[in-house]
Structure formats: C-alpha cells, structure tokens
Design a protein around this ligand. Structure first.
Ligand SMILES: Nc1ncnc2c1ncn2[C@@H]1O[C@H](COP(=O)(O)OP(=O)(O)OP(=O)(O)O)[C@@H](O)[C@H]1O
Ligand SMILES: Nc1ncnc2c1ncn2[C@@H]1O[C@H](COP(=O)(O)OP(=O)(O)OP(=O)(O)O)[C@@H](O)[C@H]1O
Ligand SMILES: [Mg+2]
Ligand SMILES: [Mg+2]
Lengths: 256, 256
C-alpha cells in the first residue's frame, strides 16, 4: 500500500508547496502513482500544478467536511500519474467551522482511509500555521516531511513544529513519525546557510535528506507557468535537486 | 497623535517581520517614538529585536485577552525610542480561545485605545494567515501596510488580502485604509521580480512606496544577532533600503 506524508512547517515561505509539487512530479516521472492534496486556502499547490483554483468545483474543503470522497475530488494534472485535490477559497472558513465540529482533528483522516490503496504516495501541502488544517494533516498522515529554509527564523521554527507533532502523536495519531527533513533555498554564497545546515544535521542526523535544494530562480519562475520545474526546465539546478530528492525519497520508502 | 499600522500578508515568508523590525528601527533612529507589537506565535519580531521570547512574562496574548494594558506589556529594546510588545507561545491557543469570545474581533482594538497617545507609530506584525489574530490587527489599525515579495505566489496573495481588508472595513473597522505596499526581496538578476513590480505598481499606483527592498544576505543574517540591520550594518543595501523606506513613510504620514 501507499503512504500519506504531511509536508508541514508553520514558518512561512520555507518551500512547503515547492517541495510538494516538485517531489510529487519527480516521483510521478519515476512511474509512481502520486497525489498532492492542497490544504492551504492560498491554493498555491493547485496553481503550481496548472489548475485554476477559481474554476474548481469540488475541493479539499469537501474532503475535510466529508461531503465528498477522495475519488470524487481528485483531478488529473498535465503529468501522467500525478493527481491533485485542489484547494478553493471556501477552505478559509474551514478552520473556524471545524472548531466546534465532532472529531474535528480526524475529519481528513477519515476521508483518506482509502488513499493508500489508490496512490503509492500522497503528499499533503499545509498552510503556514499550526491550526486545525495542519493538525488534520498530521492526524491523517503516517509521516511528516519538514522543509527547512536555510535561514535563522526558519531554524527557530523547527523545535516548535516538532513539539506540535509530538503532541499530535501522543494524543491523536500514535503512528505519526518524522519521515524526513529537507534543507531548502540553500545559498552557497552565505555562511548562514552552511551554519543552519550544520545545526539541522547535527540535531536530526540521518533524518535529513542528503539532497539539499539550492536557491534557484527557475524554481520561483515555474509556478507562473503552472508546471513543476522538473518538467518545465529539466536541466536546471532546481529540477536536478528535486529529481535527486525523489529518488532518495523512493529509496527511503522502499518504493522501487 | 500617533498611528497604528498593521503589517499583514497571509502569504508566508514575504518580509512582514523584517519590514516591521527594520522600518520601526529606521523611524526610531529618526527620533520618533515607535512600538512593534508581535502578534505572531512564532515570535520572530520579538527575537529580531533582541528579546528572548522564552523569558517573557507578559505578552501580546495578555493584550488581546485584556488581562494587561499596553503600558504593562511593552518592554524597551536596545534601541532608544523603540519598544516591543513581545509574543509568547501562549498566543498559539489564542485564536481558538477567541472564536467563542464576546467581541472577538475587537479585543486588540480595545487594548490599543491609548496607543496613539503613547507612540508616534505602532506597527503590528501579523502571522501568515487571515485568522482571528490578523483580523484583530486589521480592526485595531487605521492603516494596513502590505509587504509583497517579488515572486509569483506572493503576487496571487495580494488580491485575497485586499478582499479580506475590504470585508473588515465594511463590517468591523470603517476607518481601515490601505496605507501602502512595499516591494520586498527584489532580485535584480531576475525578470520575474521586474514583472511582479510592474504588475503591482500598475495595480496600486501611488500606494506603492518608491523604495524597493532588494534581496540582501545581511537582512537574513541580522535576526541571528537580535538586532535590526539598520544598526547592525548601517552600510549594507538592506539597511539603506529600510532607512529610505522609513523616511518615505515619515513623509507620507507627516511625521516630521
Ligand atoms: N529553492 C528555491 N529557490 C528559489 N526560490 C524558491 C525555492 N523554493 C521555493 N522558492 C520560492 O520561494 C517562495 C516560497 O516558497 P513556497 O511558496 O513553496 O513556500 P511555502 O512554505 O509553501 O510558503 P507558505 O508558507 O506561504 O505556504 C515561492 O515564491 C517559491 O517559488
Ligand atoms: N530583503 C531581504 N533579503 C534577504 N532576505 C530577506 C529579506 N527580507 C527578509 N528576508 C529573510 O527571508 C525570510 C522571510 O522573511 P520574514 O520572516 O521577515 O517574512 P514574514 O513574512 O514575516 O514570514 P512569516 O510569514 O513566517 O511571518 C527570513 O529568513 C528573513 O530573514
Ligand atoms: Mg505553501
Ligand atoms: Mg513574520
């Protein structure tokens, strides 16, 4: 069966969406059946995969509220083997609506019960917060993948995220593990990036993927084309990094 | 009297905290009495101003819940004329606690009623979401200042933020205006930055500050020293940009 992995970090702008979109695309290129579920009301993963969030009929909101099944909400992307559950603006209200709901932290997990039969890998793209959408993702997932931008504020955020993941594991999802840590936006010209990388590897050891994603302009340009960089510009450093990350991920999860 | 300005953008990592900390420092250097209120549970503005959020006794949480006054929670920073209301971890639960509270959107506005008498400028640093903390900030402020990172996803976020600000203006705070838009992390080597800047200026015209903040490594290093870049490294491009922004801001708000 497949694995559901939550891509989370409450620090904003660290590369959660870029990692979801490009890691998923890299895995699909290698022949695996993959889905990206966009749990961010900003709908960036939806846009990054070439879907217009304004025309979306059903969304991750329907999945979380239980009014539609995974099969009904998933749509194909331009890449064979890669599906997406898009986000839409109605997700904004979901967190406040969920506060008073029964089993509010388990709604997504229930809707994704059959996901491992449909897909080899499901990636959950989370918004930059530790609210009910991210908690739902942490409960629904077996693993959490943490992108860490090689900057000071992002480093500080990791301890708090690990604390939240531990609280979810203890109270709501005993299976939850740290699946891995990915260093992103590594700028080789700065000492800060090197210091952050050393500190993260010192703290998380083997959990940190060998692949480090460099800062690369093509990565930030790809979303405007609605295409993952791994297909838009296969020769770019950003693409090579995410292809390498995909094969390391496949190795670690025994996908081959 | 002074002015309360909310620095907001639900897109993560666009430079909200960096703008709060360095604009405030630039204004304080010019002799104005300024306060930064950190409304983000991540407490980045608190750290960026040299305060250890782990040792904080009272925080913005007390301000929002009304259990302490502005005078009681504000602490001095290393810079004369610049005070900070620090954030602490208890702010994480505030959003859920506020959902059921009376006047939940007005709590901060009530606590800041005397702020314009105490400070010439108060900057509210918001978390990357449109939840109750940011809504409280939009209700408490007269103006909203929007940092826009010169990247594609960040551009998409602006329309949604303006929609939220308009809803707050119509329902909760009729005084709320768009005070200005600041272009951040402008990388002159990329066409994308130029395209985003053109689009933002085309759409917001005069509201966009002339000062554009370039991408600059010193800006991302400064938080690790707990000091704004304008004092840490006055000659750096980041510092020059925020000093220029501060004088443009002072001009626009008639502070001189
Ligand atoms: N390695 C990289 N090199 C250059 N730019 C990058 C890289 N990774 C991401 N970006 C760009 O940086 C910005 C932030 O990345 P992204 O949106 O993926 O982060 P995020 O964590 O999903 O943000 P949010 O917290 O808002 O959800 C985007 O504009 C993206 O295109
Ligand atoms: N002009 C700049 N040049 C280079 N780095 C910058 C610049 N402005 C901010 N940074 C760095 O980019 C990262 C994001 O900036 P910052 O934390 O201020 O954004 P934010 O919008 O407050 O993020 P969040 O959404 O998490 O609150 C930080 O590591 C910061 O040090
Ligand atoms: Mg994202
Ligand atoms: Mg911030």
């Amino acid at each position: 069966g497949g694995v559901v992995v939550c891509v989370a970090n409450q620090k904003g702008g660290v590369g959660k969406t870029t990692t979801c979109v490009n890691l998923a695309a890299g895995l699909a290129l290698a022949g695996h059946a993959v889905a990206v579920i966009d749990l961010d009301p900003q709908a960036n993963a939806t846009t990054g995969l070439g879907i217009d969030h304004r025309t979306v009929q059903r969304s991750s909101y329907d999945l979380i509220t239980g009014s539609a099944s995974l099969e009904e909400v998933a749509v194909p992307t331009r890449m064979p083997g890669l599906s997406c559950v898009p986000s839409a603006l109605d997700l904004t209200g979901a967190e406040i609506e969920l506060v008073a709901a029964m089993e509010r932290e388990h709604r997504l997990a229930e809707s994704l019960a059959d996901a491992p039969e449909r897909y080899r890998v499901v990636l959950l793209d989370c918004p930059p917060s530790l609210g009910l959408l991210t908690v739902n993702a942490l409960v629904a997932a077996r693993d959490v993948l943490v992108p860490v931008q090689c900057e000071f504020y992002a480093l500080e955020a990791v301890a708090r995220l690990m604390g939240s993941a531990e609280r979810v594991r203890a109270a709501l999802n005993p299976e939850l593990r740290i699946g891995g840590v990915v260093l992103t936006m590594y700028d080789a010209r700065t000492r800060l990036a090197e210091q952050v990388a050393l500190e993260v590897r010192g703290h998380f050891g083997e959990l940190v993927f060998d692949t480090v994603v460099p800062r690369s302009v093509r990565l930030s340009e790809a979303p405007s084309f609605g295409e993952p960089v791994v297909t838009l510009d296969p020769g770019s450093r950003g693409s090579q990094a995410y292809r390498a990350l995909a094969s390391e991920f496949a190795e670690r999860y025994g996908l081959n």
